[in-house]
Write a protein that binds this ligand. Structure first.
Ligand code: FE2
Length: 325
């Protein structure tokens, strides 16, 4: 089956094409975030202006035409309302023209499922880390297949914490990658460490580190912020691994592009003789291919809606979405 996937939950408009589980194209355009942060209406306008070009580019790279598309997936949520509307509107309009089925996809589940696919993970404990989300998940079948959240942030996502700190430091607000660069040659400063079972929280850490900006070296602060927050994530994931007796750990989401976090979690997996998998960066960044991948599975299983059934859900939790084999 040939499926087009559209993603517009935050700063990226992505269009991907998948055929029988194989990614044929994965194109995107990304809104440049200035110091003012993301204003949803502005980002949505950017997506609306770029959507057509990105979709055409995806079709061109896949070597297929508009009429070859046999199904369409779009991100239903979670995300920013006005931004989500753009992919939904394109999915509806195109499905009407092509007379094909539509699959509404959960963005978090798409990151997890594409990682399971590219890394060949069967039943892993997944650490999903992005701007707005930080969760530890595992597949359960009660009564239908879905992800159960077995640990999560009690306040903000680790990505938003790193980004907020980068802004306070006057660094480039580039989703934590500026903190990663700055952390290169730092020394450790003790910062608040908050793990409660398999849950964790980041606001205390952010407040303390922000209060030290005037008094400590920026490299030391960035290094310590990463080491502390990533250790919290690794400790909770390790506990989840032992509790579930899984033999695999997966890492996905925007913050999974951070090499230090991947190295730390890989070390946890090795300690327990568990397999570790983290997808290539193009799938950890927001993208349309992961939406197409999940949509194809949904459509092939008969889970399809018409244009009139399309909606968006800003707070669409990962455990609410059904998973298809
Ligand atoms: Fe994402």
């Amino acid at each position: 089956m040939i499926v087009l996937g559209l993603e517009s939950s935050a700063h990226t408009f992505g269009a991907g094409v998948v055929k029988n589980g194989r990614v044929l194209a994965n194109e995107k355009s990304m809104y440049r975030i200035g110091s003012g942060g993301m204003i949803p209406a502005k980002v949505a306008r950017f997506h609306a202006e770029n959507a057509r070009f990105v979709i055409e580019k995806a079709l061109e790279s896949s070597g297929l035409g508009f009429v070859d598309i046999e199904g369409i997936g779009y991100t239903k949520g979670p995300g920013l309302g006005p931004c989500l509307q753009v992919a939904q509107l394109y999915a509806k309009t195109m499905a009407r023209r092509l007379k094909v089925g539509i699959a509404p996809v959960n963005h978090c589940v798409a990151h997890i499922e594409i990682t399971r696919h590219t890394e060949g993970l069967r039943d892993p404990v997944m650490l999903y880390v992005s701007g707005g989300n930080s969760q530890i998940l595992k597949l359960v079948e009660t009564p239908y297949l879905h992800y159960r959240v077995i640990g999560e942030t009690l306040d903000i996502g680790v990505g938003n914490m790193l980004d907020a700190f980068a802004r306070k430091m006057g660094l480039d607000p580039a989703w934590g990658s500026s903190v990663e660069r700055c952390a290169d040659k730092g020394r450790y400063i003790k910062l608040p460490y908050n793990v409660k079972g398999m849950d964790f929280s980041f606001t205390g850490l952010l407040t303390k580190a922000s209060g030290l900006i005037e008094h400590k070296e920026s490299n030391d602060l960035c290094f310590s912020l990463q080491e502390t927050s990533f250790s919290m994530l690794c400790e909770a994931t390790e506990r989840a691994l032992m509790l579930t007796k899984s033999r695999e750990i997966g890492l996905c989401g925007g913050v999974a592009q951070n090499k230090r976090l991947a190295d730390m979690l890989r070390a946890v997996a090795e300690e327990h003789n568990a397999r570790f998998g983290c997808a290539p960066n193009e799938f950890n960044a927001d993208n349309g291919a992961m939406i197409a991948y999940v949509a194809e599975k949904m459509l092939a299983s008969g889970f399809s809606i018409g244009p009139e059934g399309c909606d968006v859900k800003q707070r669409y939790r990962s455990n609410e979405a059904r998973v298809f084999r």
